[in-house]
Design a protein around this ligand. Structure first.
Ligand code: NAD
Length: 251
């Protein structure tokens, strides 16, 4: 039956950036759909665990600006839950500074978390999927700045444009193993990531005016797309970046 195809019963997921915002919403969606989730964040995902229950959601803390934790993340998921079926690369940061003065530090930091670690964690997950022989799902969180230039965020735009590109590369190489690699490009969502924008009255009004849906998105708005791309309902969706943006890109 069609709704059964959206079930994540018996599935095991890793979600990075699970302590707050969109990663917390995706973790909630997966648990509601039947999965067990290992969360990975810079700070402990205690609130998410309170929300979802210790039997459904476990977490580790790790600094994803380096690759040190990559093998431990996959190993912990397998140790705690016996296997891995789904990886969500959601952890991400943004640094705002005029491009003319943009620092090397802010370039490297954003590229490392949003792009470098995302790729090597995806590679480690794909190796685990191939060892298990039962396929898998990789979902990365892209952005409107996978399509557009943005303002004062050159490293973020570079990283998110790269996410859209390497989603296709990984998909091209790993589809033959039954691994679906896709991305979600959220529009303007009310989380910590956009706090500075929402506090700037002029920028906030300009953004809202351009969103056909007439409101900022919320973490709950990503739940449907995340479950779709994590489930067998999307088994023939490969290398695609799905915008969940209240219509922003259509303007
Ligand atoms: P957020 O700032 O609330 O969450 C960021 C998450 O990334 C946190 O869970 C944090 O722990 C994790 N993180 C950051 N640096 C880390 C590091 N070095 N090591 C480990 N974890 C780290 O923002 P959010 O809006 O929930 O962002 C989630 C993702 O969505 C990001 O990739 C962001 O770029 C993307 N995104 C957000 C929006 C938006 O409007 N909010 C739009 C498009 C894309």
């Amino acid at each position: 039956m069609i709704l059964d195809m959206f079930s994540l019963a018996g599935k095991v997921a890793v979600v990075t950036g699970s302590d707050t915002g969109l990663g917390q919403g995706i973790s909630k969606a997966f648990v509601e759909a039947g999965a067990k989730v290992l969360g990975v964040s810079r700070s402990p995902s205690t609130k998410t665990q309170e929300l979802l229950g210790e039997e459904n959601f476990k977490y580790i803390t790790a600094d994803l600006s380096s690759l040190d934790a990559v093998s431990d993340i996959i190993g912990t998921a397998v140790k705690e839950f016996g296997k891995l079926d789904i990886l969500v690369n959601n952890a991400g940061i943004i640094k705002r500074e005029d491009s003319i003065d943009f620092s090397v530090e802010n370039w490297d930091l954003v590229m490392n978390v949003n792009c470098r670690t995302l790729f090597f964690l995806s590679q480690a997950a794909a190796k685990q999927f191939i060892r298990q022989g039962s396929g898998g799902k990789i979902i990365s969180i892209a952005s409107m700045l996978s399509y557009q230039g943005g303002i004062r965020v050159p490293s973020y735009t570079a990283s998110k444009s790269a996410v859209k590109g390497i989603t296709m590369t990984m998909s091209n190489e790993w589809a033959k193993y039954g691994i679906n690699v896709n991305a979600i490009a959220p529009g303007y969502m009310a989380t910590n990531n956009t706090q500075a924008l929402r506090e700037d009255a002029d920028r906030s009004a300009a953004i809202l005016e351009r969103i056909p849906a007439g409101r900022w998105g919320t973490p709950d708005d990503l739940m449907g797309a995340a479950v779709f791309l994590a489930s067998s309902a999307s088994d023939y969706v490969n290398g695609y970046t799905l915008a969940v943006d209240g219509g922003w890109l259509g303007r």
